[in-house]
Each structure stands twice: as C-alpha cells, then as structure tokens.
Design a protein around this ligand. Structure first.
Ligand code: AMP
Length: 215
C-alpha cells in the first residue's frame, strides 16, 4: 500500500497515519517529524526549516523534496509507505509522481481528511506536547492528570510554537493557498478518497480503514 495523506494542519493526519502504518505494516513518513527532529538536533536543515515553520509557512520545496527523496530510497519503503504531510504543493506532488514512476510503482490512494477551519482552530490551539517523551495531549480532549505535567514521564507539557493561535491562522492560510489544490490534482488522477475527520478519533479511524479496505 502506497498512500499520501492530505488534510489541513490539525485534521488528525498524524494520528491516522500511525493507525494505517500499524495496520498495513508500512513506514509512516512525516516530513513535519523529520523537520522537528532536525530542529531538536540543531542540524543545518533544522536551522533553515525552523525559520519557516515558526511563521506558519512551508519549508521550500527543494529542501523538502530532498529529504523525501532520501527517505523513499530506504529498504523499508520497498513494500509501501504512508506519507503524512507530503506533498503539500503541486511541485512536490509532481516530484512524487516522477519518483514513483522511476520506482515502477503506483500510488494507491490520496486520503483526504476533511475538518472545517473552525474545528481546526479549536483543536490546534488546545494541543500540547510533553517536552520529555513527546506524548500528545489536548487541554479539552486529552488533559494531563496534573496541569502542565506529563502523565507518563513527569516532564513539562508545552505548546508547540506553531500551534499558537496566530501561527495556526497563518498555517491555515498557507494550507488553503498551497496545499488544497492537491485535492483537485489527485481527484483528476482518480486517486482521491475523502473521509470526514470526526471529533472522536475512533470514528475517524473506522472510516479511514473502511475507505482503505475498499481500495
Ligand atoms: P506538520 O507536523 O506536518 O504539520 O508540519 C509542521 C510544519 O513543517 C509545517 O507547518 C511546515 O512548515 C513544515 N512542513 C512539513 N511538511 C512539509 C512539506 N511537505 N512542505 C513544506 N513544509 C513542510
């Protein structure tokens, strides 16, 4: 199974990608995670990417495409993969088409998780992350037992810089301008499947697996 996940930031792509990755035993490739780990390790790529990420902007295509190019060459991608957060622009999608052609494989599906802007803003501004183990929380939906402290490891729970409301609005604008056109792009190729991203993660999970089962 080779698929890409589309959807606004905060639609739940990461959560659903984990589910799909376990179910189909394929690697979950998140360009956002790759950038965050580079930022944490202070690499050159991380330093460059941070300037854009903190502003809610996309990292330039040439940097992003290079990391995906390297990742897809790895052995574990031979039988499939799920790309979470890539492509985010038409040139990235065109690159991916070329890369798949040269690997002589096809994309099975572009799975689009739809959530309204209003709901996205509510979800993202409440999102929190453990600074120690990386566990995810939400001030309303998944609160910590003790305010500000991770239930699992006891480290401080923080808000990602790019989850702050001002940045969320900028990320949504970027999404509508640069990433939403991919819905048409994959629709025209007959690859698009859209699922509604419900509040309840389990409901979305069911809908996603049903949609993929039909593929
Ligand atoms: P994510 O965790 O997928 O929401 O990604 C966090 C941030 O990383 C995004 O807001 C972008 O700034 C950057 N990013 C992730 N994937 C891409 C991509 N495919 N193209 C450009 N920028 C990206």
């Amino acid at each position: 199974m080779r698929l890409v996940l589309l959807g606004a930031p905060g639609a739940g792509k990461g959560t659903q990608a984990t589910v799909i990755s376990e179910k189909f035993k394929i690697p979950h490739i998140s360009t956002g995670d790759i950038f965050r780990s580079n930022i944490k390790n202070g690499t050159e790529l991380g330093k460059k990417a941070k300037e854009y990420i903190d502003e809610g902007l996309l990292v330039p295509d040439e940097l992003t495409i290079d990391i995906v190019k390297d990742r897809l060459k790895q052995d574990d991608c031979k039988n499939g993969f799920i790309l979470d957060g890539f492509p985010r622009t038409i040139p990235q999608a065109e690159y991916l088409d070329k890369a798949l052609d040269s690997m002589e494989v096809n994309l099975d599906c572009a799975l689009n998780i739809y959530v309204s802007d209003e709901e996205i803003i509510k979800r993202m501004s409440g999102r929190r992350l453990c600074s120690g183990c990386g566990k995810g929380y939400h001030t309303i939906y998944i609160p910590t037992r003790v305010s500000g402290i991770c239930d699992s490891c006891g480290a401080a729970v923080i808000q990602r810089e790019d989850d702050k409301e001002e940045t969320v609005l900028s990320r949504l604008k970027t999404y509508h301008e640069q990433t939403e056109p991919l819905i048409d792009y994959y629709e025209r190729k007959g690859k698009l499947v859209t699922v509604e991203g419900k509040k309840n993660v389990e409901d979305t999970k069911k809908a996603v697996l049903e949609a993929l089962g039909a593929k």
